[in-house]
Design a protein around this ligand. Structure first.
Ligand SMILES: Cc1cc2nc3c(=O)[nH]c(=O)nc-3n(C[C@H](O)[C@H](O)[C@H](O)COP(=O)(O)O)c2cc1C
Length: 312
């Protein structure tokens, strides 16, 4: 199947060319179900349910509720993830339609998943990473530009999309501060098949986020987002008010030199993600904490208006 055919087949029953980005701690099975029911591709990290057994239960419930709609599970393919083998077994047994790989994915893992019927997507922040993913044979590349929630890129989406689309005709998703209908349309104009959206869902009713976190998303704007590598060794965007609440000076965070990436915020970074909250620069578009389906309904209307505004 060509990239165009794959994009068309995935979009067939969706209301919008949008996939939800999986979010550590925040994404729940209820959120995935709400996202899929509202007409986008839902997703969550395998590590969010507290055990492999709980993941198995969640995936079974998602399957039951969403039928044939595509959804994704995010696997951290790194040796530090002690659950990888058991969680992978759950993903394979349930024939999860899309698997988003993070960190140190290898061609064998990609092949195993594909042979079992899953599509494999991988996120990248540079053209160079995208080329490596293409060599590994992934089905979809998620280009993470500047301003994204969680671990972010620092390249303008204009440059990133231009460079990757020059040689990649496969499925391409664009992430980073996309939160309204105009931005979804803009992602398509730049050459993306899908917009990949995370942070707005932090304010949704179904997200496992505290009331204060939801409030920061609703009240926050791009000026409230700070990029730092001080928690995980890799650049990530955090909410300025959340840093201040923990007595940290957002303008003087220690820059980490060397050291490995620590995706789950364990060890000396235990507070990152759990207590020091991450979000991307697009949150200005989020006006209320509400069910994910209501936000998606608004996004559909805003996208339709954006298309109309330019005569489409
Ligand atoms: C709080 C938070 C946690 C995240 N955790 C993960 C994760 O566990 N795995 C992953 O692949 N991406 C993770 N991401 C990144 C998202 O999947 C997505 O790429 C990003 O949110 C897109 O940018 P946006 O937030 O500006 O929409 C996280 C993002 C946020 C905001």
């Amino acid at each position: 199947m060509t990239g165009r055919e794959l994009a068309a087949s995935l979009k067939q029953n969706l209301r919008l060319p949008v996939m939800a980005g999986p979010m550590f701690i925040a994404s729940t099975a209820d959120l995935v179900i709400a996202q899929c029911r509202a007409g986008i591709i839902g997703s969550m990290p395998a590590l969010n349910p507290r055990s492999t057994e709980a993941l198995d239960d969640d995936v079974a419930r998602i399957r039951e509720c969403v039928g044939n709609a595509p959804y994704a599970i995010n696997l951290v393919a790194h040796k530090s993830n002690s659950r990888l083998e058991a969680d992978l077994d759950v993903v394979l047994r349930n024939k999860v339609p899309i698997v988003v790989l993070a960190l140190a994915a290898n061609p064998d893992l990609v092949r195993t998943l594909q042979a079992n019927g899953s599509l494999v997507f991988q996120d990248v922040v540079k053209d160079r990473h995208a080329r490596k993913c293409a060599e590994m044979g992934v089905d979809g590349i998620i280009a993470v530009g500047a301003g994204a929630g969680g671990h972010t890129g620092d390249t303008s989406p204009f440059a990133l999309m231009q460079e990757i689309r020059e040689w990649w005709d496969g499925l391409l998703l664009l992430a980073g501060a996309i939160a309204n209908g105009r931005s979804v349309l803009a992602a398509e104009v730049l050459g993306a098949d899908f917009a990949y959206i995370g942070s707005p869902f932090l304010a949704s009713t179904e997200a496992n986020t505290q009331v204060g976190f939801k409030r920061m998303i609703v009240e926050g704007m791009s000026k409230d987002i700070v990029v730092t590598n001080s928690f995980t060794g890799v650049n990530a965007n955090f909410l300025r008010p959340s840093l201040l609440e923990h007595g940290l000076d957002p303008d003087n965070l220690a820059k980490r030199v060397g050291g490995g990436i620590n995706i789950d915020g364990g060890g000396d970074n235990a507070k990152a993600w759990k207590e020091i909250w991450s979000a991307g620069q697009g949150i200005g578009a989020v006006k209320r904490a509400e069910p994910a389906g209501d936000y998606i309904d608004w996004l559909v209307a805003d996208y339709t208006a954006a298309r109309r505004a330019i005569g489409l």
